[in-house]
Design a protein around this ligand. Sequence first.
Ligand code: AMP
Ligand code: MG
Length: 326
Amino acid sequence: MIATEIKKLSPDASLAADRAVLADAADLLLAGELVAFPTETVYGLGALASNSGAIARLYQTKGRPAFNPLIAHISDAEAAFRLGKPTQLAETLAAAFWPGPLTLVLEKKPDCPVSQLATAGLDSIALRVPANPLARQLLAQLGAPIVAPSANPSGQLSPSTADHVAAGLGGEVRLILDGGPCEKGLESTIIDARSDRPVILRPGPVTAEMLTALGQPSSPGQPSSPGQPISPGQLASHYAPQKPLRLNAITAQQGEWLIGFGRLAPACDVTLSESGDLTEAAARLFDLLHAADAADCQRIAIAPIPEDGLGAAINDRLRRAASPKA
Ligand code: AMP
Ligand code: MG
């Protein structure tokens, strides 16, 4: 056990006190420590991308299988394309969606300084330029890439608040930067951008419809073969609450805590969005699943969510959350 400090910052880290905290966070990362920080998707558990010792500890802390590679976070597209080989598609997507909730998988450059452990020995690398002001200032302060998976024990619900991080990893990380609830609340869209057509490895806030509107229609990723996942985010059971979860529920059965959506399931305990707004639902999803785990009930049920737009990413997480654990 180590003492975990939670430091609250203003959302845009504009105060001198915020900058001092971020400087401390960068120093901890340089010293090989783990720091949890907010992004617009979910909270990340960061390690200096070139430090294999820190990354080994990161995998151990999360209980994450070593074949599941990490996303490298950088401050801009130029920094990204120093690590991964840009394609025309990658440049188009970067110009449209960075900074933002999009991760691009590219061929790793031979001189890429990111630890082999973080890329799980693959010849590709996953890259993201986050938009959250705290994440951006931390990257600027550090001046080096940060690898960061979600800041939760592997397989469990992703954290969308600093309290979620503390509940899952308190006593395991030195510092949690608290920037309030995450704006999007769902993990980034992961796109393989090594060819001329985007392949969606994980649906997320950048939707298939948004890619089509950009003139870049996408293909869905193929399910990965056992032991050799292309994107282990494709594992069947992931993002899972402690309690069993029933999907497409209209009414609660005995012992169930019902999460509603829009006008469906009107007699619910809580709702993802009363007005049926998918953006609001995505931002609240993990928080309500955490709340359901903590509620006085044996099981969780959730209303049907339409599959269009952001609904595809929400349903992707819900299917994994409901899938029996291995
Ligand atoms: P998380 O860090 O929990 O959001 O998960 C990151 C996701 O990015 C995992 O599903 C990884 O498998 C995926 N990922 C990271 N690097 C690569 C890569 N080189 N190729 C494909 N997927 C990757
Ligand atoms: Mg994760």
